[in-house]
Design a protein around this ligand. Structure first.
Ligand SMILES: [Ca+2]
Length: 277
């Protein structure tokens, strides 16, 4: 029997509130929508023990494999750039491993994960999707046997400014620079007690495999650029930068925007990949 834990971390529905646009389900174009928060729900899946396998199969989160044909981050479809922070080179993988359609083979496979250098607080990654994308889902996956498993980041989206560039990515508050925050900050540490002394590094307390899926009943936004502001999982532990295994950005199928919400169903092909399996 699977022991996968299911968690619904947050459900953010701010439609109609200041700074939040209504769901763009009846308009043909939502390019360059101006708002400070995109409606989205953050769902978290975790596998531990024998359930953590290279299949990355969660009961409530879409699996990263096989690669989703609607994933616009895959391979060269997107450019991943390190904005701040240092690579854990040569131990860890480059930014390329975040969108190569591959996953680690076990809970201690640094070469197939991207992670920031030890004794650093994390960093920022810019994802250029190369054109404004109607984003259905943003998913991130991690796997490690200890404190490098949990995920702590905030996701922002933007389109190009009048100069054809993304907003500044280095400000203390990206929203002030023009970024839209997408959903609530991701923090899976609730599944990972940090107050035990000595700190346990066993798989049942902190390690394992995590899948995070940010989505909504419609789009989470139309963005060309995404910014991940990533933190280490334990500021007191120099070896707590997360092993990120894969990131997927799922584009909505054609016609998704122009149907009424109740009929805004995905195609059968899309559904295969955006639902859990
Ligand atoms: Ca990968």
């Amino acid at each position: 029997m699977r022991t996968t834990s299911l968690f619904l971390l947050n459900s953010i529905l701010l439609t109609g509130l200041a700074g939040c646009a209504a769901q763009p389900t009846l308009v043909r174009s939502v390019l360059f929508v101006s708002r400070t928060r995109a409606d989205a729900t953050v769902n978290i899946g975790r596998n531990i023990g024998s359930d953590a396998t290279p299949e990355f199969s969660f009961t409530n989160i879409p699996a990263p494999l096989p690669p989703n044909p609607f994933d616009v981050a895959l391979n060269n479809n997107a450019e991943f750039t390190l904005v701040t922070g240092s690579l854990a080179s040569p131990t860890g993988g480059s930014l390329d491993v975040l969108h190569d359609g591959k996953v680690p083979q076990n809970g201690d496979d640094p070469g197939h994960n991207f992670f920031f250098k030890d004794a650093t607080a994390g960093g920022r990654i810019l994802i250029n999707l190369k054109r404004p994308i109607n984003i259905r889902q943003f998913n991130s996956y991690s796997w490690q046997n200890g404190k490098r498993a949990a995920q702590c980041y905030t996701l922002y989206g933007s389109n190009a400014n009048s100069s054809g560039n993304p907003p500044s990515q280095t400000g203390a508050n990206p929203v002030s620079d023009g970024w839209t925050i997408i959903g609530s900050p991701v923090d899976t540490r609730g599944l990972m007690p940090l107050d035990a002394t000595p700190r346990p590094r066993d798989v049942t307390s902190s390690g394992g495999q995590y899948g995070v899926s940010i989505s909504s009943s419609g789009l989470i936004g139309t963005f060309q650029y995404l910014l991940m502001v990533i933190s280490q999982t334990d500021a007191s532990d120099p070896q707590s930068n997360t092993f990120y295994s894969e990131v997927t950005v799922i584009e909505a199928p054609p016609g998704f925007l122009i149907l009424p919400q109740s009929r805004n169903a995905e195609t059968a092909e899309q559904k295969k990949y955006t639902e859990m399996r």
